[in-house]
Design a protein around this ligand. Structure first.
Ligand code: NZQ
Ligand code: ZN
Length: 380
């Protein structure tokens, strides 16, 4: 286990009716910008609950943040926030709205071009405070310090991280999930599963706590996928909490990290518009097969402890097959061709990976663009 320092300062308000606690979580002296997406919150009652809770606060609104949020849209939010002299951002949505708010929060304290935040030219050390009302469990963005933002003009999707954009609080009411489509719920299951895998299927680290907790989360997702029941409160609550715990920083402490599947997947989303989770379901099985020799010990451990597979020389391969079967069981396709991409498109992905410096991915920095090409070709 490597050295680490750890703090997760996001206050979690979990459970039924928790949106009402907004009134106490935000100082009434703030001018709040409520940021949301395409309007699901107006149809499912979340907007009304927020309006009621913040009846005595001063509010402005910015809507229309799209899935895989684009800087072109978010910069309009920055302009509005400046005009309204906003001092607090309330993200009401999933990873896209939350990440969009993290960008707006950082851009408000920076005078240069906003894309500098995504290229690393500007390091965000100062940001407007953020709170979150989570409406879709998947990314863990509600209590981490990362954000993924796209630029439509150049079909790019890049990451930035800063403790300054870590949300102050996250309200997680599993009842908001009642209006989610099967597609979004399946995306949440898959994204959560891959987040755990990216921190777990690496080198053997002898980190018993992290491994044990990761396996608990993986088994939870396997169980939830086998009993898909949005109408059951406990089912929703378990998915919401698992998704949060998968990427709030805890299970990766002191561990080698991979995240190559995410980096390649982001390029697929940017170029072909594939849902984030589905891009991961395409890349991950092919990547695990490509890296099976260096990941064998962890794949075998996962086969035993998560899928209860029998011992054997092919245990690692059977673990990968179990992962594929899990995604297929919730209707998520694992072949790139299923999303309309062709073999000829792969070269564009490689060009973008190189442009973004993604030329030594994985816990051994062994996934070069040439290896990524092989992975994507075998995922066709
Ligand atoms: O825009 P609205 O109308 O709200 O509809 C949204 C959106 O179309 C809908 N939705 C959300 N809550 C709903 C609902 N529909 C009905 N009822 C509800 N309660 O769901 C659609 C997808 O929302 P989105 O926020 O895009 O989903 P998700 O949470 O999966 O976020 C994906 C984004 O997060 C990034 C991804 O790359 C992608 O851009 N990620 C962020 C991470 C982070 N910050 O730590 C890590 C992840 O690995 C990921 O990369
Ligand atoms: Zn993800």
């Amino acid at each position: 286990m490597n050295n680490f320092s750890y703090a997760n300062p996001t206050v979690i308000q979990f459970g039924k009716g928790q949106i009402a606690s907004l009134a106490d979580l935000i100082d009434p002296a703030h001018k709040i910008l409520v940021v949301y997406g395409g309007g699901s919150i107006k149809r499912n009652g979340v907007y009304d609950q927020i309006a009621k809770a913040l009846g005595n606060h001063s509010l402005a609104e910015f809507s229309g943040v799209e899935a895989n949020p684009c800087i072109e849209t978010l910069d309009k939010g920055v302009m509005l926030a400046r005009k309204e002299k906003v001092t607090f951002l309330l993200a009401v949505g999933g990873g896209s709205v939350i990440d969009g708010c993290k960008y707006i929060a950082g851009a408000l304290c920076y005078d240069g071009p906003g894309w500098d935040i995504l290229t690393g030219k500007h390091n965000v050390t100062n940001a407007v405070p953020i709170g979150v009302v989570l409406t879709i469990p998947a990314t863990g963005s509600e209590s981490n310090s990362g954000a993924v933002v796209s630029r439509a003009e150049t079909q790019e999707k890049c990451i930035f991280k800063s403790p300054a954009v870590q949300p102050r609080f996250a309200i997680m009411d599993p009842d908001v999930m009642l209006s989610l489509s099967e597609r979004q719920l399946a995306n949440g299951l898959v994204d959560t599963f891959v987040h755990v895998c990216e921190q777990y299927i690496t080198c053997s680290s002898k980190a018993l706590v992290q491994d044990g907790y990761a396996e608990t989360l993986l088994r939870t997702i396997v169980q939830l996928a086998a009993s898909f029941q949005r109408d059951n409160y406990q089912w929703r609550a378990n998915l919401m909490w698992a998704a949060n715990q998968a990427l709030n920083g805890l299970i990766g402490l002191g561990m080698p990290r991979d995240f190559a599947t995410h980096m390649i997947g982001h390029e697929l989303t940017a170029l072909f518009g594939i849902d984030h989770a589905r891009s991961l379901a395409v890349v991950q099985p092919a990547l695990l097969r490509s890296q099976i020799n260096v990941k064998r010990a962890k794949l075998e451990q996962m086969g035993r402890n998560v899928f209860q597979l029998a011992e054997g020389d092919d245990l690692a391969e059977r673990t990968i097959q179990s992962i594929e079967a899990l995604y297929c069981s919730v209707g998520v396709a694992t072949r790139l061709s299923a999303y309309g991409a062709t073999a000829a498109d792969i070269e564009n992905v490689i060009v973008q990976l190189k442009k973004h410096g993604m030329d030594k991915l994985g816990e051994h920095q062994a996934i070069t663009p040439a290896v990524s090409r092989e992975i994507l070709t075998s995922a066709m």
